[in-house]
Design a protein around this ligand. Structure first.
Ligand code: HPA
Ligand code: ZN
Length: 335
C-alpha cells in the first residue's frame, strides 16, 4: 500500500504528459452527449452498456471500439469540447504540459474536413492554462500513400502541430512502411515519434530509430527482450513514453506487479509515465502513477525522476524546459 505522503506527492507533483490520444479521452458520457447533439445512432443503448464493452483482449479489440467512439465527432465544437474536457482533467492532475496525439484519418475518412479537426483541437489548447501542443498521428494499418495525402492536407495548418507520430495496429505494420512520409516530415522540421514495441517486437524499435529517425519511442516496453537495444536506448537517452494502465488493459502484462517500469528505470532508460487512452483504460495521469507505485517497489526518488523525465523528454524550447524542471526540483526540495 502507498503511504499518504507518497500518494500526495504523486498527485501534486508537476507532470508532463507525452502520450495521450485525444480521441482516447472521450468519456462515454461525452460520446452519448455528442451523439445526441449530432443526431447519430450508437450501437450501444446506454453509457453503462458502452462502458461494459471496455473489456479488451489485445490492441485490436480496443481499436475497434475506440474508432467507433470517435464517430460522434463531426463539428469543430465537438473537437474543442473533447480537448477542453481532457485539459481540465489534466490540469486537476497537475499536468503542466501535454503533447497531444490526434488521428486525422479517423475523421477525414468520414468526411470531416482537416480544418474542422485541427482548429477545434488547437483552439482548446490555446484556451487552456495547461501548456499544450499537438502531434499528428498516421494510422499504420492504412497505406503510406494515405499518410502522405493526410500530411499534404494538414500542411496549411503546419504552425498548429509540432510533430508526427505513428499509431493503430502495430503487428504487421512495421515502421519502415512509412519511411518516405517520415523523411518528408523530417525535412519539414517536424518532431518525429512512433509507437513501437507495444505488441510489436524489438525489431520495430530498431527500425523506428534507424529508418524513421524518431526522437521518442511510444510504449517501447518490449525493448527489454533485447539487451543490446536496452543498452543503446539508455546510452542515447532515448525517451520511452510508457503507459502502465494501458499495458494492463491491453494484456501486454498480466498484472501491474509484472510491469517492467522499474526495470526500465534501473537499466538507465529515460522512461516516462502517461495515460494513452484514459477514458478507456481506467484512468488519467495520477491514476497511472498511483496504480504503478502501488504495485511496484517505487518510492520518492522514482517519483522525482519520473516527474523530471517527462519534461526532459518534452519537445519544449530549452528555456521553458528548464523553468518546468526548476519547478519540479523546487517541489521535491520542500518534501
Ligand atoms: N497503440 C496503438 N494505437 C493506438 C493506441 C495505442 O496504445 N491508442 C490509440 N491508438
Ligand atoms: Zn498510444
Amino acid at each position: 500500500m502507498l503511504n499518504d505522503q507518497l500518494r500526495r506527492v504523486l498527485q501534486q507533483m508537476p507532470k508532463a504528459e507525452l502520450h495521450i490520444h485525444i480521441e482516447g479521452s472521450l468519456e462515454p458520457e461525452l460520446i452519448f452527449a455528442l451523439a445526441e447533439r449530432n443526431g447519430i445512432k450508437l450501437a450501444y443503448g446506454s453509457v453503462e452498456e458502452l462502458r461494459a464493452a471496455y473489456a479488451f483482449t489485445d490492441l485490436q479489440s480496443f481499436l475497434d471500439i475506440y474508432y467507433a467512439g470517435a464517430s460522434v465527432l463531426l463539428k469543430e465544437q465537438d473537437f474543442y469540447d473533447m480537448t477542453m474536457a481532457y485539459l481540465k482533467r489534466a490540469e486537476a492532475d497537475n499536468v503542466r504540459h501535454a503533447e497531444i496525439f490526434f488521428d486525422p484519418q479517423t475523421h477525414t475518412a468520414r468526411g470531416v474536413a482537416m480544418d474542422v479537426i485541427i482548429n477545434g483541437i488547437y483552439r482548446a489548447c490555446q484556451d487552456s492554462p495547461v501548456s499544450a501542443t499537438l502531434i499528428l498521428c498516421f494510422l499504420r494499418h492504412l497505406s503510406e500513400e494515405d499518410a502522405i495525402a493526410t500530411l499534404e492536407a494538414a500542411l496549411p495548418y503546419r504552425d498548429k502541430f509540432i510533430g508526427v507520430g505513428l499509431d493503430s495496429s502495430e503487428v504487421g505494420n512495421p515502421p519502415e512502411k512509412f519511411a518516405r512520409v517520415f523523411a518528408r516530415c523530417r525535412d519539414l522540421g517536424l518532431h518525429l515519434v512512433a509507437h513501437a514495441g507495444e505488441e510489436g517486437p524489438p525489431a520495430y524499435i530498431y527500425t523506428a530509430l534507424d529508418t524513421l529517425k524518431v526522437e521518442r519511442i511510444d510504449h517501447g516496453v518490449r525493448c527489454l527482450e533485447d539487451a543490446a537495444l536496452t543498452e543503446r536506448l539508455a546510452k542515447e537517452q532515448m525517451a520511452l513514453t510508457v503507459c502502465p494502465l494501458s499495458n494492463i488493459k491491453l494484456c501486454v502484462f498480466d498484472q501491474m506487479e509484472q510491469h517492467n517500469l522499474l526495470q526500465l528505470l534501473d537499466a538507465g532508460i529515460l522512461a516516462t509515465v502517461n495515460s494513452d487512452d484514459p477514458a478507456y483504460f481506467g484512468g488519467y495521469m495520477n491514476d497511472n502513477f498511483i496504480a504503478t507505485f502501488e504495485a511496484l517497489p517505487l518510492g520518492l526518488s522514482h517519483a522525482h525522476r519520473l516527474s523530471r523525465n517527462g519534461f526532459v523528454a518534452a519537445f519544449l524550447p530549452e528555456e521553458q524546459k528548464h523553468k518546468f524542471l526548476a519547478e519540479v526540483d523546487a517541489f521535491f526540495a520542500k518534501i
